[in-house]
Design a binder for this molecule. Structure first.
Ligand code: ADP
Ligand code: MG
Length: 711
């Protein structure tokens, strides 16, 4: 029901989770002992008790049928980076009639015909079996369209041999790895009472563009690649900063409202909406949740954004760089650790300097980013993100940590053997007596940092807008687990059994002092966009991996394999598969872009230019035929002819570079980066130049000034 029908809006809280099998729905449909057992799994992360599956399946079916569901599907996240689903009807013929059926087996395990998903060589087609396995920790949900309803069961996707073929399985393993190591730290500090596990919490802010569907339909690059491959800049970009946080246009608001309603029904806690920096760019942020559920919800969010946009005559572009020359889109991945009893372990309490445990967790993360910044960089590498990172609109490809003045000061004191004082966040005077004095967040704002501490969480800002957050968080969790392991091992070894508080404090201070000294180089509070920082980072020995082909190989090293293997997140073969898939994705994406570019330039831009050339030629003949010389028109004609000749050459260069296919995927990616990408940029430059003087009635494509400014 909407506002028009009733005069009042439905309360979000009334519809929240109405299409998910959680809380009320579960309690209504499940015997209480079964409900309790399932909660053990959901809340405490214990393995699901197989004996309850038949009752859960029948309860889920009953609930789904109430909502009109006709089909169910195991919903999973293969290495394509998208979600996958294959629907089966509940319908089962019986005695000449039919019944709705859904068994425990159908809930627990599925076998999609999975031979066509990328596996990076894990699953050869002769052993093409892949299994989906029920993830009881993420709620089942019903996906509705105007005339269908499908029960979606979140699942992991693994091979016949038990190897992870998806993004969820390693994420779940990494969550466990962090929990195990974090608990050891809590034990050292004696703060583990009642804590059975430590959760990874994630809140992921999504940026996106909305453009009118009519424009989308008329541009093959948007349809096939999700971004414009060429297009002259509009006279206006975001110079006036009039879009950011501006009033939301009505049609956009209608889209946002429907999106949020759909998300609420699916239990996704959408919280914040606003206009972003670039024209036609927006953001949606949820309330943070457990990493696994947050990741599923993020995938659902992207799907709902795309679907609902269509209802409003828009297309939602999730690509990292749909338009050159204006800001692209990212996904700010807010990340923290919390006990299952609700304590945020990255939240400093009162006197920060006495909060030894907080500092241990904080420094463990700093250490992780220093030691494994290259893996973090590799975790977000994609052709789309290559356009953003380092383009002075997004954090650079150099991974550094922003801590803010107060914490950096504490670090300096730690290096000296302190700390003795905490710089108080203090009061922020707003210069007007009518405004309240706000306590200043000690983690100040620094939008240029790729990895910023923002008061009680880290914000990994370099994640691409179209990417699944599963992989970056898997890598982040794994490197954090390694560091927490190191800290725990050192603390346990140095403090011995039952240390006195004084002893423990001395041990912690000594360890922190060492870690600060060794890893402080990764902390940078200044402007990450400045060229000086890039030089400084090089001096500090921080890796700068500007492109995907630079970054991906870091995940293929023996050291990386040992790390992922040690924490049981991915075995070497599973990790190698991800490296392979990343290279393939890079090469294939750019291959598609190159062919689309060449084809559009040949079929649309060249003919338009030729028509203009003909018009100018006709104008010259007509003019000179009546004895009026027209040197300017002639000059223009020559300019057009020369431009078109350049364009033909540039297209040929793109096509030649695209055809090259020697070497393995890694070698090809270097060719793509060094030859194909520059050839595409050169062709684009020629076309963008032509676009600026080809008349509107001959230019066949929507221009930037239309796509970005028509709402
Ligand atoms: P902003 O960054 O715009 O100031 P907030 O800091 O309030 O906004 O939060 C941004 C995102 O960070 C939100 O999605 C929020 O839910 C998430 N977030 C807040 N606390 C945590 C936490 N402890 N763990 C993970 N994410 C968090
Ligand atoms: Mg933020």
């Amino acid at each position: 029901m909407n506002v028009q029908e009733t005069g009042v809006a439905t309360l979000a809280s009334e519809i929240f989770g109405s299409l998910t099998f959680t809380g009320d729905a579960m309690r209504r449909h499940l015997p209480s002992d079964v409900y309790d057992k399932l909660q053990q799994t959901v809340r405490l992360g214990q393995p699901v008790d197989a004996s309850i599956a038949p009752l859960v399946a029948s309860a889920m079916k009953a609930w789904a049928l109430e909502h009109g569901a006709t089909h169910y599907t195991h919903w999973f996240q293969p290495l394509t980076g998208h979600t996958a689903e294959k629907h089966d009807a509940f319908l089962s013929p019986s005695d000449g009639g039919a019944v709705e059926q859904f068994s425990a087996d159908q809930l627990i395990q599925g076998e999609p015909d999975a031979s066509s998903f990328p596996s990076g060589g894990i699953r050869e087609t002769f052993e093409a079996r892949g299994y989906t396995a029920w993830d009881a920790t993420s709620p089942a949900f019903i996906f509705k369209t105007p005339d269908s309803a499908t029960l979606c069961i979140p699942t992991a996707f693994v091979s016949w041999t038990g190897e992870a073929l998806d993004k969820k399985t390693p994420l779940l393993r990494s969550i466990e790895a962090v929990s195990k190591q974090a608990l050891r730290i809590l034990r050292v500090f004696g703060t583990d009472a009642g804590v059975s596990h430590v959760k990874t919490t994630i809140g992921s802010e999504q940026e996106y563009f909305l453009i009118d569907r009519r424009f989308f339909e008329r541009r093959e690059d948007l349809r096939l690649c999700g971004r414009t491959l060429f297009g002259a800049a509009a006279p206006k970009g975001h110079q006036l900063e009039d879009h950011y946080f501006g009033a939301i246009a009505e049609r956009v608001m209608a889209f946002m409202t429907e999106t949020e309603r759909r998300l609420f029904e699916l239990g996704v806690p959408a919280k914040t909406r606003h206009n972003e920096v670039a024209p036609s760019q927006y953001e949606l942020a949820p309330v943070f949740e457990d990493a696994n559920v947050a990741t599923d919800h993020q995938m659902i969010t992207m799907q709902i954004l795309r679907t609902v946009a269509e209802h409003h005559g828009f297309v939602c572009l999730l690509h990292e760089k749909p338009f050159a020359g204006i800001n692209g889109s990212g996904k700010h991945n807010n990340w923290s650790l919390a006990t299952d009893t609700g304590v945020n372990l990255l939240d400093p309490r009162e006197e920060t300097h006495t909060n030894m445990q907080f500092l241990v967790f904080l420094m463990a993360v700093v250490r992780a980013v220093d030691l494994h910044g290259d893996l973090l960089r590799a975790s977000i590498a994609s052709p789309g993100n290559d356009h953003r990172l380092g383009a002075n609109e997004a954090p650079p490809a150099i991974m550094s940590v922003y801590l803010g003045e107060m914490l950096s000061d504490i670090l300096a004191q730690l290096a000296q053997g302190g700390p003795h004082s905490t710089k108080k966040g203090g009061q922020l005077h707003l210069g007007a007596h009518t405004l309240p004095h706000l306590p200043r967040h000690s983690g100040d704002r620094n939008r240029t940092s790729p990895f910023a501490f923002t008061g009680n969480k880290f914000e990994f800002r370099a994640v691409g807008s179209s990417d699944s957050i599963a992989w970056p968080n898997t890598v982040l969790n794994t490197i954090a687990a390694e560091s927490l392991d190191y800290m725990a091992t050192e603390l346990e070894r140095r403090s011995g059994k039952k240390p006195t508080p004084a002893k423990l404090e001395a041990v912690v201070k000594a360890l922190l002092k060492e870690v600060v000294k060794q890893h402080r180089r990764v902390v940078f509070d200044g402007d990450n966009y400045r060229a000086e920082w890039h030089k400084e980072a090089e001096r500090r020995g921080l890796p700068n991996l500007p492109t995907t082909p630079d970054a991906i190989p870091r995940l293929g090293t023996k050291a990386a394999q040992a790390l992922f293997d040690k924490y049981a997140v991915l075995n070497p073969r599973e990790l190698e598969a991800r490296v392979e898939v990343s290279f393939e994705r890079y090469n294939r994406t750019l291959g598609i872009e190159a062919r689309t570019l060449a084809s559009m330039l040949k079929r649309e831009v060249l003919p338009a230019g030729l028509r203009f050339q003909t018009e100018l030629g006709a104008a010259v003949s007509a003019s000179e035929g009546v004895g009026v010389p027209c040197p300017d028109v002639k000059a223009q004609l020559r300019h057009v002819v020369a431009g078109l000749a350049q364009l033909r050459q540039a297209i040929a260069a793109v096509e030649a570079a695209e055809r090259h296919a020697a070497g393995d995927a890694a070698e090809q990616s270097k060719h793509v980066r060094d030859k194909l990408v520059p050839a595409m940029a050169a062709a684009r430059a020629v076309s963008d130049e032509l676009e600026q003087f080809i008349p509107d009635d001959l230019w066949p494509l929507p221009r930037y000034s239309e796509m970005l400014f028509v709402k």
